[in-house]
Design a protein around this ligand. Structure first.
Ligand SMILES: Cc1ncc(C[n+]2csc(CCOP(=O)(O)OP(=O)(O)O)c2C)c(N)n1
Ligand code: SF4
Ligand SMILES: [Mg+2]
Length: 288
């Protein structure tokens, strides 16, 4: 008779690689890394069960510091790489990381379509509203008027709202966290991992070196948890909260069930017409 081997409880330290983070002292990305370690501990993953995929940027260095498989990719190309990993090795948990420039500027096209497809990925964006690695140019989430290396006379563009973008593009899990609250952020990451479909978590992760506007202090003064009675299956309510400038809400804005891209493809290949119709109905219902 087969005897089940008891699952060993892992420690946070088992998820730390031998590489020490090279971020500036006080960088918000430390809090995100801390939350990722905690989330993996809460899921009790074996490191070999996880792949961390990233793009290019200060934030995208994160796979070096995690003891899982890692892929430090190309600027703005996290989604094509993660899609390939997901499809080729579906038994692995694929976590995707990047900065606001990586996600919403050069990578915006890929981001939009990954959400529309509802790939079963968890995407954590370390949003500092600046290009950190290249020493301080505006990013799509930089506010209007923000004076930077690339906009010495003030940013002439309006900031993009990543939450509104994700909700409108069909992401089935949309959340926002803050790197100064790693335990809450770890819980959001766990919920994203457990969600079947595309989970997007935008994280306020300040860059104290190049962004003196979006700081820990400014966020502490303007963030608030989503109200306890928020119905995360209600897209319009989620958009209303996403549209708020003050407070800037934290928590799960939207969570809906829908067939994943992988399910859809597998059902198509199975030749089972009944199963195919069920998946199509699920896709049809997504926005109803
Ligand atoms: C194709 C390509 N274009 C531009 C760059 C230069 N580049 C590297 S990182 C970066 C932006 C980084 O900003 P973000 O993604 O927000 O990450 P952060 O450094 O702020 O964490 C840019 C423009 C590049 N490496 N590759
Ligand atoms: S430049 Fe900014 S984002 Fe990059 S490591 Fe330093 S503080 Fe962090
Ligand atoms: Mg950035």
């Amino acid at each position: 008779m087969a005897v089940d081997t008891p699952v060993r409880e892992r420690t946070v330290d088992e998820y730390k690689s031998d590489e020490k983070p090279t971020w500036c002292p006080g960088c918000g990305d430390f809090g995100v890394l801390n939350a990722v370690y905690r989330a993996m501990r809460l899921k009790n993953f074996a490191p070999h069960e996880v792949v961390a995929v990233s793009g290019i940027g200060c934030s995208s260095r994160i796979p070096y510091f995690i003891s899982t498989y890692g892929f430090h990719g190309i600027h703005g190309r996290t989604m094509p790489i993660a899609t390939g990993v997901r499809v080729a090795r579906p038994e692995l948990k694929t976590l995707v990381f990047g900065g606001d420039g990586d996600a919403f500027a050069i990578g915006a096209g890929h981001f939009v379509h990954a959400m529309r497809r509802n790939l079963d990925l968890t995407y954590v964006v370390m949003d500092n509203a600046i290009y950190g690695l290249t020493k301080g140019q505006t990013s799509p989430t930089s506010g209007a008027g923000f004076s930077t290396l690339s906009t010495p006379q003030g940013n002439p563009e309006q900031a993009l709202n990543p939450m509104m973008l994700a909700i409108s593009c069909g992401a089935t899990f949309v959340a926002r966290g803050f790197s100064a609250e790693p335990q809450k952020l770890a819980d959001l990451i766990v919920r994203g991992i457990e969600h079947k479909g595309f989970s997007f978590i935008d994280v306020y992760s300040p860059c104290p070196t190049f962004n003196k506007v979006n700081t820990f202090k400014s966020y502490k003064e303007s963030v608030a948890e989503l109200p306890g009675d928020h119905n995360a299956t209600d897209t319009i309510q989620a958009m209303n909260y996403a549209n708020s400038d003050r407070p800037l809400y934290l928590g799960v804005f939207l969570q809906r069930e829908a067939p994943t891209f992988e399910q859809h493809v597998l059902q198509q290949q199975s030749g089972d017409e009944g199963a195919r119709q069920t998946v199509l109905q699920g896709l049809f219902n997504r926005f109803s």
